[in-house]
Design a binder for this molecule. Sequence first.
Ligand SMILES: [Zn+2]
Length: 535
Amino acid sequence: MTATSLRFSLVGVLALAAPLAAQSRPKQAPLLTRAERTAYTETSRYDDVMAFVRAVTRGQRRMRLTSFGYSFEGRSLPLVVVGNAGDASPDAVVRSGKLRVYIQANIHPGEAEGKEATLILLRRLAQGRHARWLDSLVLLVAPVFNPDGTERVTLTSRPLQNGPVGGAGQRANAQGLDLNRDFVKLETPEDRSQALFLDRYDPEVAVDLHTTDGTAHGYMLTYAEPLHPATDTGIVGLVRRDWLPAVTGAVKAKDGWDLWFYGNSGGEPVDRGGGGSAPGWYTFDHRPRFSENYWGLRNRAGILAETYSYATFEDRVRVTVRFLEELLDYAWAHASRIRAATLAADAHPIVGESLALRAQLHRGGDVQVLLGDVTEERNPYTGQRMLRRLEAQHATPMPDYTTFEGSEFERAPRAYLVPATFGAVLDRLSVHGIRTTRLPAPLVVATERFRIDSTWTTERPFQNHRERTVRGAWEEVRDTLPAGTVVVPVAQPLGRLVFVLLEPRSDDGLLDWNFFDEALAGARWYPVRRTFAAF
Ligand SMILES: [Zn+2]
């Protein structure tokens, strides 16, 4: 398909391109985001987003608006499908044969620029820009993944962030849960909706748009590849060594902005797992509760983007648009290679391989990090401090800690065996898209059961949980498994995810999230067995 075969609605394009001053009828008003209409004082509410995506897709043969699920309060999660697919259904999108790229904005509504940037990108597509992308790509754009949080606007949701000064939504969804900690346990309708969407549309690429809140540095946007050390190395290499550096070079050449791997300087790595007070450039976390790590363990090219919190809201929107444009240009040019990497990962047999269950930051080489300066401003409406980026950059040598290495390993078995009574566990396996079967009759087979030497939970609750850890060891046993036992084969495309969810020592598995707490009370063994035997 060539670029000239694209026929977007000419009327729509003219209306969108018409300058504001030339308007005589409201019908011809250019389609602007709420951020644009308010000189970047405000950000779009849910209804603004819905009005925009309805308008921008109207009359467009290659842009369709659909929904991929619901928020806790019942708001539909909009999905704009852009491409040469017959319709917006999963079947049509998959049948198109194009590389499927999912772009997710607004998981944290205070980090509002991803939402505005995806709307601007959709408008550019409607205007006929980037038409060649549709030769090899289908875009799946979710501009408002956390609608309930988006509606809970305050002027103080993001301390120190440089706007929007007219307020932005809250971080959590309406349940008070952080959607970017829920990708393993799936307790929110939003993340369940996404897991179901991934099962159906199976995007090879998935991008999650955020904003930093830490170190004053010299980058306009930072990013990360999937960080769990059990991720397929082909996927990680593609994103980290080739794709992100290419995007970085293109944005630097065209816009003059520096981009780099997400991190914070000094000994305070965000969230956990730090290196004490040693100087360094520290990334955040490897666990699949976070979006791009989860996508990576699904053998997909997950990409995290974090715009720089102290750049102005307008600049953050602009750099997000440019990052996405260069990211998509690369995807367009390398669609076959990206697809091949995901297919190779799906086909790679991990049974018998040693994979990481837990991880620690890896000390890479010494790198020159661009640190930055900020100046203080006040939000005129609240009087609260916020910071503003200055142009200065200070190249500062420090060790690189933007990757993780395994700190504990297990050999991936042939299958895990889950008793049929663990309904919540089986529900999560199903929603994650993991294939299972049931034993039709009792089976005598050599298995391993995990002996529990000790188990404890964290003192402080996190996301309504006290995360659990067990110590112990796998030991061999040969006995009869009852009919109905659920067999979870590891030799399937989601085998790495199976391993991380069901190994008891995994630092982000279902045991960690308390799915086995009742069964573990006073128990000698973890109830899930594993087997290396063929049966
Ligand atoms: Zn965020």
